[in-house]
Design a protein. Sequence first.
Length: 365
Amino acid sequence: MKITRLSIVLVVAAWLITGFSTAARSATVDEVLSAINKLPANERQKRLEEGAKKEGSVTVYSNTGLESIRAYQDGFAKKYPFVKIDTTRLQGAKGLDRILLEHRVGKLQADVVGVDFDYIEELLKAGVTGRYDTPEKKFYADAFWDKNGFWYASDFALLVIGYNTNLVKPAEAPKTYQDLLNPKWKNDISIDTEPEQAVFAWLLEWGEEKTAEYMKSLMRNGTVARNGHTLQVQHLCSGEIKIAVEVYAARVAQMKHDKGCPLGMNFTNPAPASVGSHRGIAKSTKNPHAAALYMDYVLSAEGAAALAKAGSLPARKGAKAAYEEVSNLEEKGVRMLMMGHQDMPKVKEKGYKLIEEIIIRKQLR
C-alpha cells in the first residue's frame, strides 16, 4: 500500500482537529462557567437562563432525604419551568460507586452529583466535578464550600439523643452518652447500623481506645442496631423503642410537630454535626447552564427556605429552621462538633472498623 505525502498530511490534520476538538469538549464546562462568572450579575443570570432554555433539562444525583429532594425539585421547577429536572436518589457507598463507575466509563448521566462529607474526597480524586464559582457562597461559612469550586453544601446534619416522652420522663431522659450505659435503660435503646457520624465524633473527642470501650459497653447494655435513622424516629414515635442513641434533630422535631409524635431530644456536649450533602457540577455535563442554575437555586435564600420547610437544617447565614427546637442553637448554648471531609483521614478507617467489629458483627451473632 502506497502512502503519499498528501495522505500523511491529511491523517495528521485529522488527528490535530480531533485532538483539539476533544480538548475543547473536555474544557467546555469550566470555560463556559468561568466566562459566565465574569459577567455582571444581571447579565450573568440572563446568560444562564438563555443557555438553560436551549439545554432544556438537568439531571441530579442526590444523597439527601426524599423530602429535601422534593422540596428542591418542586422549587426549582416552579422558578425555572423551562428546565425539566430529574432527580435520582443515590446514598452511601453504593451511590458513590455508581457515580465513579459511570464517570470511569464516560457515561455519567448526572449534571449535578451529591455525596456525603465522608465520600467527597473519592469524588475529587476521580475528577468527577468541575469548577464553579457561585455568587451564593458569600452567604455560607468557609466549611460549606470548596475554595476551588468543586463542591458546595447547603445544609448540615445534627445528631441528638432521642426519646419517647410517654415512656421516658424528660427529667430522667439520658442527657449524655454515658447516661445511656445506665442499667435502667437495658434493652430499651436503639442505634443505627450506620452510625458513622456519631462514631467519628467520638473518635475526634475521645480517641480510639475510649470510643471502642464505650461502644462495647453500649452494646452490652442491650442496645439494638436498626437500619435507618428515620426508621428509628418512627419506632420512637410508636413506642417500639424508648431511646435512640443518635438520630437527626431535624427529623425528631419534624415528626413531633407534623405527626404529633411524643418525642423529646437532648443535645450532648458536644453534639455531633456534619457538613451536609456535597454537591458539584459534573465535569462531563452537557447542560452546564442548567446545572449552574440548579446549584445557585439550592444555595439561594429560596432554596434554604424550601430546605427548612422540608425539615432539614439550612446552613445559609440568616436562614431559619422550621422548628423552634432546632433554631438559634448557638443562643441556646448548643456546642456542635462540626465535622467535614478534612477530618476523615483521622477517623474514617478507624470508625468503619469499629462499627463493623462492635455493632454489625454483634447483630449477626
